[in-house]
Design a protein around this ligand. Sequence first.
Ligand code: GTQ
Ligand code: FE2
Length: 416
Amino acid sequence: MGAKGRGIGHDGRSGLIEERVVSAIEQMIKQLDGLKGRQKEYSEHVHRLNMIEGWWWASTEFQPRPDQPTHPQSPAIPFIWKWADVGPLVYEMGDPALGVGLGQGAKKAERRVLVLRNPGLGGQYAVTNTFFGDLQLVKKGEIAPSHRHTTTAARFIFDGKGGWTTVEGERAQLAPGDLVINQQLGWHDHGNDGPDDFVFFDVLDIPLLTSLATATWDFDYVKLTGDKDKTAQDLEFPLNHSNNLYQAGGIVPKFVGGSRPDHSPMLSYRWEIVRDTLQRLRKEAGSPYDGIIVEFTNPATGGPVGPTMSICAQLLRPGEKTLAHRHNTNTIYIGAEGKGYTTVGDKRIDWTQWDIYAVPSWHWHEHGNDSTQDAIVYSVSDGPVIEKLGLYCEHRKTRDGKTEFLGWKANRLVSK
Ligand code: GTQ
Ligand code: FE2
């Protein structure tokens, strides 16, 4: 398919965009292989010098190059990891017969995780082209040793009563449904005081920071303490301290704050509060595209939880079905309560609790709940990055079936 098939508005079905990208690249390589005579000689010389021709030899009409898509696109595909399939393997990581210990050194996992890989991303450790995701298990009595990194992490707790994460001296005690934010460069260790397995889903901006060559890891906690048996931090604040400080939205303490203003000073967000907030809003009309949607904010600034991630929760009421839209941000959804569905292109993704699914950039999607119970889904998007680049855009269907475009305009000098 050539340039004519690549326009905006032509990607109703998931999978189509990826096929087009691959075929454009393959087509170009094939063409270059088939060159003869003077052109072949020229082409080979160019390639020897680590360059490639920026034109199509055989094409008689205009075709954009493979690196010049005419609409936003990601090689990631819409994809769901069903908890019913992956959950048993998460618990099985802890089976002593597998021998996957936790800690550092031979045969040990620094983090005992299963890494999700989007089938469109060619074996990368990535769910979308910006986000990494893994399912992590910390068994009773274990500690995942303290480390730090330039990447931001968000963790969604799936199971366990005794789990905790300590970040920069503050410990959040965690329960299923809770969200904990791990800011850039904060030392952190995860532990489990039992009695059950502690299981959570991590989202990190690793692929994004890797593409910027700025993902950096520090596993050398020993240098801080001089004690190689010490893998967890001492607590410097009361338990759940920032939660206590910032729990009343809109009323924030003036005597504290994080040392970096673009990072939320609040470490964790509790499930009961998320649920209560959504319930309190349930009589509102909500968003035509997302139902009753709330964002987890930096309580001090109202901004997103961190510079690379926007995290939301949305309630889809029984019988609710949203209008379709698409935007150039990449999203990971995590089912939290009940059963819902997201139709991406012409494929319906049915989700239930702890299912994880990816909706990459520019895919039309709409959400629904055709059950008789409430459905709540978490999401993580790279919106703050795209917005900072000044490049957010969106197509949305209106109630009367029209399509509206939001975003993207050139800067022009204005005179009066
Ligand atoms: O739990 O701190 O799989 O930072 C990758 C990066 C887990 C973690 C990963 C991390 C973690
Ligand atoms: Fe980490």
